[in-house]
Design a binder for this molecule. Sequence first.
Ligand SMILES: CC(=O)[C@@H](O)[C@H](O)COP(=O)(O)O
Ligand SMILES: NCC(=O)COP(=O)(O)O
Length: 262
Amino acid sequence: MSHPSALGASRTALSVNVNKVALLRNSRHLGIPSVTRAATLCLQAGADGITVHPRPDERHIRWHDVFDLARLLRDWPDREFNIEGNPFHNLLDVAREVVQQGLPLHQLTFVPDAVDQFTSDHGWRFPEDAQRLRPVIEQAQALGARVSLFMDPDPAQMAGARAVGADRVELYTEPYAAAWPDAAARAAQLQRYRDAAVAAQAAGLGVNAGHDLNRDNLTDFLRAVPGVAEVSIGHALIADALELGYAATVQDYRRCIAAAAG
Ligand SMILES: CC(=O)[C@@H](O)[C@H](O)COP(=O)(O)O
Ligand SMILES: NCC(=O)COP(=O)(O)O
């Protein structure tokens, strides 16, 4: 039976971000834990794809990881490979090399991070970023990749993302995750994200979401925000996997997604 993957199904796809596996591995020179082994176990457990966010300092994902994972994904043709990063650093060079080697690359998520960014904390802004984004979006799409722009949940910004040629936006969910424990703050945040998703879809964009999503906050988010195509989850999921193992963890996140639909 084929996997009901991001490539065809209407349910929200789960892309596992394996940055933090690489972070642990890099603290010694032993090659463990293995990033490709982690990805394999997540895919075997039903993850719809793998995400990496290689940073210029290679503090976690190293350039060879991108190619190792692309080679792995070649054996999983119904799953997706999503690479995140700033297109004005060397993201497009890596993407070009992946494609030149005949390896799979489904999605590039452009994130406006500084070189030394601690972690992503804001999205692109329009009209300020429009002129410089247009050509790099075209270059990425010419490689055959879907382009998603990391965006704050501001409905007024979504038409700008579409106008520069993006296929999707990824709504930056840290403010929602931070508000989640407080019911009133959570409801207010969910309204913002719902409005942003509706505006994005009205502009012709697909909607992804990510950052600090976890097993507690994921179902509420997907219940409130319509038509989310993909969530990419790393930090909390890998932390859960340290306790539960990759298979049980991925299955749990899939249950959180299914609970929102049911
Ligand atoms: C765009 C985004 O929200 C994630 O890719 C996040 O930036 C993960 O990066 P770190 O794992 O380096 O925090
Ligand atoms: N795009 C978000 C992502 O890949 C993972 O973010 P996080 O779950 O590590 O915060």
